[in-house]
Write a protein that binds this ligand. Structure first.
Ligand code: MIC
Ligand code: SF4
Length: 655
């Protein structure tokens, strides 16, 4: 039987297990990437593990989320990251050089290689045939130390793209259509492999918009085969020699097939406040818009900004509105500037920002109260923009630019009819991506050889080995689709404490209940209850570390998002699956006790646990965990386990 492309790359990197969907496999990691807000913990954990040097073929550290450096703590973090990259042999991308996914795609992403990144949008270079996976920081530290990465073997789903995109529709509409059909949890445990003539018709930057936002489906990764378009893109980046041809076998067997005819796609938009609340733009046309942003790792490339710039040339954005363009990378910004497009945008009333994630997580350009903001980003979780009750819509650069010109949401096809002289801009790649590399400090040119820690850089918290008893109050009961932005928000007032868990933990779940952190501290221990897809979104391991720090010992949820579940294991919190009936019955404030001897049950492989609530009724909760995950839990987390193994002379893996 033939193999899918995912299976081929995984077979090439397999160190443990076999490729049976649902079973855990261990794979070798070729490249790792870290960004600024998760990277500090990666390096602190790397240090705590006493590891000498990055063992992967390539390690790259980016500074992209908090580039405005509002607080010395951010600048200290960046200096620490530069020193860690220098000390341990990673490339370093300076603040302002761009978003990790964009800069990685431009400089290092390579077909056929595996990439593990401490950011949930790491799958972006799947658009050029790299199998890339997002994970928590501790998993990155261990992989960088030469350990395998363990993940549940995903089901591979074929997304067959037919036809070609019509004028004014774009790659963003392809992934929005996927979200409309499959929802934010439709991709859990899956890799989406895009094939067919429609896939061939898309350029690499269009493909990476799709693979980037595959994360919003909950997917483990998303992947395109490589072809002439991949080769062409790498050549334009000056890396043609890294091209290899990669395809699935003709007789590959997929777990499922989804067919999308690109020629049927019209401009789409995700409504507040979930990326899967997708409707045709025409359905919400006429809504007044006060802010428009083009940028992010989804649509911040040269090829994304150019269509908007073409639409702005010789026109003006509506007077009541603010239009911001934040390039995804300095390379994109520099090429646009050299070609004169930046001047055209500025003349049209566009505020051109530095290359940053910034506004995507509420750092700068926070929308006005009670207003609509249209963004080409990938997430619109409530409050993420920096203001509660926000109204953030997600769309393509073409739809964003049309709204900026009109001042209200409008289908760009209707704006073109109205204006009479607005041509569909299409997608164009520059002849050469000839941006400067000044802001990349390659490992071989490192300027530091020891760690520089400012006063805000704290310690990595550790947890005791798992005990026999878990009991405590249900400190919070939450609904479905709780994101890691709910658990640890990323806005600038909070982000500055990412390297200081003691301070950061004060903000735990503050977006759901401001009293939570204090209540948890007072209680000293407790459990959380949630609905489906708990922990979707970001890879930030702080969303497990902080609850652990506050004494949370178990999370009872109907289902968990992949990365967050791994992070819960990594920090010694027991993730237990409950059914809907139990979820409905259990109330906030209820006392929950796990009746079994927890340590013994976890160690012995027991799946079913009995919980007793208020000493009154009982229900079953399930632990779906591999043997390896059970060992991690028993030890109190992956850091203590890996340390124990290293002391015993084992490799820095947890196998
Ligand atoms: C995000 O888009 O939510 C982030 C901010 O990039 C996160 C990483 C983080 O929390 O630092 C992610 O996607 O993993
Ligand atoms: Fe940055 Fe937003 Fe992309 Fe996360 S989703 S990496 S915050 S641009």
């Amino acid at each position: 039987m033939g193999q899918t492309l995912t299976e081929k790359i995984l077979s090439d990197h397999l160190v443990e297990g076999d490729l049976t969907p649902g079973e855990e496999i261990g794979i070798e990691i070729d490249q790792v990437l870290m960004q600024d807000t998760t990277g500090t913990m990666v390096w602190l954990q790397f240090e705590a593990l006493d590891l000498d040097e990055a063992q992967t073929e390539l390690a790259a550290q980016y500074c992209d989320h908090q580039t405005y450096q509002f607080d010395f703590k951010n600048t200290d973090d960046h200096r620490f990251l530069r020193s860690a990259a220098g000390t341990y042999g990673a490339h370093f991308s300076r603040p302002g050089n761009g978003i990790c996914h964009n800069v990685h795609k431009e400089n290092f992403a390579a077909p056929g290689k595996t990439l593990l990144g401490s950011d949930s949008h790491t799958p972006t270079p799947g658009g050029l045939g790299q199998l890339a996976i997002g994970a928590g920081g501790l998993d990155i530290a261990v992989a960088m130390g030469g350990g395998a990465y363990y993940v549940e073997m995903p089901e591979v789903v074929n997304v067959r793209l037919e036809g070609e995109l019509p004028e004014w529709s774009s790659a963003k509409d392809v992934i929005l259509e996927m979200l409309r059909r499959e929802t934010v949890k439709g991709g859990v445990g899956k890799v989406f492999e895009y094939t067919g003539p429609g896939a061939e018709s898309l350029s690499v930057p269009e493909r990476t918009t799709i693979t980037n936002m595959g994360t919003e489906l909950g997917a483990t990764s998303s992947l395109f085969e490589t072809d002439e378009k991949t080769k062409d893109y790498l050549e334009r980046q000056g890396r043609g020699d890294e091209y290899i041809e990669l395809t699935a076998d003709e007789d590959a067997e997929y777990a499922d097939e989804i067919v999308i005819d690109l020629s049927d796609l019209e401009p789409l938009i995700a409504c507040p406040s979930m990326p899967d609340k997708v409707v045709p733009v025409r359905e919400v046309a006429g809504e007044k818009v006060e802010q428009v942003l083009v940028g992010s790792c989804t649509n911040g490339g040269y090829e994304d900004i150019l269509p908007a710039a073409k639409m702005f040339k010789g026109r003006e954005v509506a007077k009541h509105l603010e239009m911001i363009v934040a390039p995804g990378s300095k390379q994109a910004g520099e090429i646009l500037a050299r070609q004169g497009w930046t001047a055209e945008m500025m003349a049209a009333g566009v505020n051109v920002s530095e290359a940053t994630c910034g506004p995507c997580i509420g750092i700068g350009h926070v929308p006005a109260s009670d207003s609509i903001s249209l963004r080409t980003f990938n997430r619109n979780f409530e409050g993420r923009s920096g203001i509660e009750d926000d109204n953030v819509y997600l769309c393509s650069p073409q739809v964003a630019a049309a709204a900026a010109l009109k001042g209200e949401i409008i289908d760009p096809r209707d704006l073109a009819d109205e204006l009479g002289d607005l041509d569909a801009p299409g997608v164009e790649l520059p002849e050469k991506y000839d941006g400067s590399k000044t802001d990349l400090i390659y490992a071989e040119d490192a300027i530091d050889d020891e760690l520089i820690k400012g006063p805000n850089i704290g310690e990595v918290p550790l947890q005791d080995p798992l005990g026999s008893n878990i009991s405590g109050e249900t400190l919070l009961k939450m609904e479905d689709n709780i994101t890691t932005d709910h658990i640890i928000p990323a806005t600038s007032d909070i982000l500055k404490f990412r390297s200081n868990i003691e301070r950061l933990s004060d903000f735990t779940l503050s977006r759901v209940d401001e009293t939570f952190a204090q209540r948890a501290k007072d209680a000293g221990t407790g459990v959380l209850v949630a609905g489906e897809n708990y922990g979707q979104g970001s890879s930030r391991e702080h969303a497990a570390m902080c609850p652990m720090y506050l004494g949370i010992e178990a999370v009872l949820a109907q289902s968990f998002a992949r990365i967050h579940k791994a992070n819960l294991f990594n920090f010694g919190i027991v993730p237990l699956a409950i059914d809907e009936e139990t979820y409905e019955k259990i109330e906030q404030g209820d006392d929950v006790e796990i009746v079994d001897d927890v340590a013994e049950a976890v160690e012995s492989g027991q799946e079913e646990f009995t919980i007793r609530v208020n000493d009154d009724w009982e229900a079953t909760a399930n632990l779906h965990a591999s043997e390896r995950e059970r060992r991690i839990l028993t030890a109190g987390g992956k850091l203590p386990l890996t340390k124990q193994q290293a002391e015993g002379g084992a490799a820095p893996a947890d196998d």
